[in-house]
Every structure is written in C-alpha cells, then in structure tokens.
Design a protein around this ligand. Structure first.
Ligand code: DX5
Ligand code: ZN
Length: 218
C-alpha cells in the first residue's frame, strides 16, 4: 500500500505565529495544508476568511486543501481559488446544486471535493462520485477542532471505498476530525487515502515527528 497523504489542519495552529506554523508544515513530511473555512451559518462557529488564506499561501510550499463549511459556496469559490486553493471541498448538505458547484470548482482548475457530515450516507454520493477528486468524510460534527472521533466512520469509509471501486471513480477518501495514531491505521485499512489532523499535530511539542509517524503508516 502507498503511504497516506497527510494534511495538517491549521485551524489548530497558533494564529499569532501562522508563518512559523506554515513553515513547520513546509519542513515536515506533510503533503497538503488543510484550511477550514466556517461561516457561523452552516456550522456554529466562525474560523477564518480570505485574507488569512492569502497569508498562508504566501508561505506555504504545499497545496492548500480548502474545506468550505459555508452556505452558498458558489459565491466564494472563485475568490478562494484566487487566494491560493488547490483543492476546494463543499458540503453536500449545503449544496442543492452540487453538480453545478463541482463543475464551477473544476472550471477554475482546482481539484473538487465533497464533504459529508457524520449522519450523511455515502449513498448520497452515488450520482456525483465519478465527477469528483476527493470525498472528505467528517469523523466529527464540523465546526470545531479537538473533538472525539466517531467510530461509525470506519463503516462509512468501507462503503465509500466500495462505491468508488464500483463506479471507477478516482476520488481520494479524506478523513477529517479526531484523527490520531490510535485510529489512523484502522482508517487506512478501511480505505482512507488522506488523513487530516489538527489538534493531534499542533498540540504536540514535536509536530513534525507526529506528522512523520502518521506518514509512516501503511
Ligand atoms: C472540523 C474541521 C477539521 C478540524 C480537525 O470542523 O473540519 O478539519 O480542524 O481538527 P482535529 O484533528 O483537531 O479534529
Ligand atoms: Zn476540515
């Protein structure tokens, strides 16, 4: 098995030292920088906006994986693309016109992802899976970092892996929320390709070492 893609979530980083935190990611074995955008409407929290993404982009040497937890993402995807996003994920629960949203993201030259909340079945993706580059499976209810991993996620990942294989899609499976070294190996076994980790990386006194340990999983 190939190595997992590791995407540290800067939501858990020290915003007063964002340059230092992004440079830590540059110097680590991480692959992407995960950026959580929350609007206080789709989720009960507000995180960061476009100027912060632009600031991260100025220092980041790795692709920005932008997770939009917002309503009406079609109003903002172009701006996030301009701010430096390489991958943009929108929530199926926030998008009545998901197919249109995906086409818009792809037309900008970005990779397109769809995120699903813990209660959302992977069958919701049946008619879009062939068109997308990534599925972001939420392993916590979106809105906050440092929450407890929901165990039901393993089953969803297995079902999603099956859906991807059957449909011939090349979508990657990303797990977001509560990822740590206790669950990462089982997530990989279930079929996960990308591991997002916020609190587990940034609360460590040796974040690069934590990233290395996640990366070394098979
Ligand atoms: C939650 C965010 C996650 C979060 C993950 O709404 O989408 O990306 O930053 O943080 P941890 O790894 O601390 O659960
Ligand atoms: Zn996220």
């Amino acid at each position: 098995m190939t190595k997992p893609i590791i995407a540290p979530s800067i939501l858990a980083s020290d915003f007063a030292n964002l340059e230092r935190e992004v440079k830590m990611i540059n110097d680590s074995q991480a692959d992407w920088v995960h950026v959580d955008i929350m609007d206080g409407v789709f989720v009960p929290n507000i995180s960061m906006g476009l100027p912060v993404v632009e600031a991260v982009k100025r220092h980041a040497q790795k692709p920005l994986d932008v997770h939009l937890m917002i309503v009406h993402p079609e109003r903002y995807v172009e701006a996030f693309h301009k701010a430096g996003a390489a991958i943009i994920s929108v929530h199926v629960e926030a998008c009545p016109h998901l197919h249109r949203n995906i086409q818009q993201i792809k037309s900008l030259g970005c990779k397109a992802g769809v995120a699903i909340n813990p209660h959302t079945s992977v069958t919701e993706l049946e008619n879009i899976i062939a068109d997308i580059d990534l599925v972001c499976v939420m392993a916590v209810n979106p809105g906050f970092g440092a929450q407890k991993f929901i165990e039901h996620t393993y089953l969803k990942v297995k079902k999603l892996r099956q859906l991807i294989t059957e449909s011939g899609s090349s979508a990657l499976i990303e797990i977001d929320g509560g990822v740590n070294l206790q669950n990462a190996a089982s997530l990989r076994e279930a079929g996960a390709d990308v591991l997002v980790a916020g609190n587990f990386v940034f609360s460590s006194s040796t974040p690069k070492e934590v990233i290395r340990q996640l990366k070394e999983l098979h």
